[in-house]
Design a protein around this ligand. Structure first.
Ligand code: VGL
Length: 182
C-alpha cells in the first residue's frame, strides 16, 4: 500500500512567510492533483515553541498556533488523514516527519499496511530530505516526487547535493505525471 506525505507546506515557508522558500507555493497545485490518488495522506507541520533553540540557526518561523504555522490556504486538506507536529520540544530541529511528537509515524504507517512512501513538500534540503532518509531507514520503499518539492537554496548546489544524496541512499525519483494513473 502507498501513502503520501506532505512535508511542511506552511505559510512561513511560502512567499511572504518568515522563512520563505522561493517558489514554495509552487508545490501546492501539484500536491492537490495527487492527494486523491493515494489511499493514505499525511501532512507534517513544523510546530515550534517561541523560544526554540532551533531559532539560533533560523529566523523565527512556524511558531505553534500562529498564522505562519498554518498550512498554505490553497492546499486541499480533505484527503489528509493525519497531521504530524514536529520540532515541538524547543530543543530539537524536528526536520523529519518521523520525529513528530504527536504520533509515531513509522508505527502508524506499518499498522496501516503501508510499504511505499511518496514524499512531497518543503524544503528539499532539510525537512524533505530528512523525512525521505528516515523513511528508508524505517524500511519503506521511498519515492520523491521531484516536481512536488522546493528548496531553500541558501547556497548554490545545495538542492542538487541533497537530491544526489537521497538517490545514492536509495530514494527513487518520480514525477507527478508518472503517478496520474496509479
Ligand atoms: C525547514 C529550515 C528550517 C524545512 C524547517 O521545513 O525544510 N527548513 N526549518
Amino acid at each position: 500500500m502507498k501513502a503520501l506525505i506532505i512535508v511542511d507546506v506552511q505559510n512561513d515557508f511560502c512567499p511572504g512567510g518568515a522563512l520563505a522558500v522561493p517558489y514554495g507555493d509552487k508545490v501546492v497545485p501539484v500536491i492537490n492533483q495527487l492527494s486523491n490518488k493515494f489511499p493514505l495522506v499525511v501532512a507534517s507541520k513544523d510546530w515550534h515553541p517561541e523560544d526554540s533553540t532551533h531559532f539560533g540557526k533560523w529566523p523565527v518561523h512556524c511558531v505553534a498556533g500562529t498564522k505562519g504555522a498554518e498550512l498554505h490556504a490553497g492546499l486541499k486538506t480533505i484527503h489528509i488523514h493525519e497531521t504530524l507536529l514536529k520540532g515541538t520540544s524547543g530543543k530539537d530541529d524536528g526536520y523529519s516527519a518521523f520525529e513528530a511528537s504527536n504520533l509515531d509515524f513509522a508505527e502508524y504507517l506499518r499498522k496501516k499496511g503501508v510499504t511505499q512512501l511518496y514524499v512531497t513538500g518543503i524544503a528539499t534540503e532539510y525537512c524533505v530530505k530528512a523525512t525521505a532518509l528516515d523513511s528508508l531507514s524505517n524500511g519503506f520503499e521511498t519515492f520523491l516526487i521531484t516536481d512536488a518539492i522546493e528548496g531553500v537554496r541558501a547556497k548554490e548546489g545545495d538542492v542538487e547535493a541533497a537530491l544526489k544524496e537521497m538517490m545514492q541512499k536509495g530514494v527513487k525519483m518520480i514525477s507527478s505525471s508518472e503517478l496520474q494513473h496509479i
